[in-house]
Design a protein around this ligand. Sequence first.
Ligand code: ITT
Length: 193
Amino acid sequence: MKRSLVFATGNQHKLEEVQGLLGKDFALSCLREVGITEEIPETALTLHENALQKAQYVFEKCGCACFADDTGLEIEALNGEPGVFSARYAGSQKDSVANMQLVIEKLQGVANRKAQFRTVIAYIDAAGNETLFEGKVEGKIIDTPTGVQGFGYDPIFVPDGYVKTFAELPMEVKNSMSHRGRAIQKLVDFLNT
Ligand code: ITT
């Protein structure tokens, strides 16, 4: 029998990625399917706290097994920015193009291009027990957004070992090594033991 899980995200791209990652043993529901249409508050100052805040919000409303992820792009030369502020780095409108532009501007003339994506997943089981999982991928930031796959900062992030950005790689390739892919794999391993 398939296991039911609610994924607490308002981001359609994430939902598609995670659906691809979880495989057919899991029946994933989105927020709309459990009657949550409002934006879930994300007011904490760490990825861990934000992921928990989102999962707890859903658990309180639906009382079922659920999880949320919070992800940040952490750039070494910018002391870990945009980090927990990745979605709204250039303003409250959550505009990926403006966010990438701001990163490119801040890195003008900076030789150190090292960055990582880090994802924290907060899982709450049907009894209310909370567990956290983390995944990350290292890479570098380029100056010219390239590629149309993925979302967010993908067009300016080249993972280590590759010459293409996440936005040029097929979703399966991104998923096989990405921050979210690695964190979801830990969640799946946990659920299967
Ligand atoms: P939810 O909170 O509803 O899940 P969100 O878009 O606000 O959706 P996050 O707070 O986790 O998601 O992510 C912050 C931002 O980081 C997100 O808006 C993207 O700009 C960026 N981001 C997250 N995952 C990414 C990925 O896999 N590739 C590129 N950028 C990503």
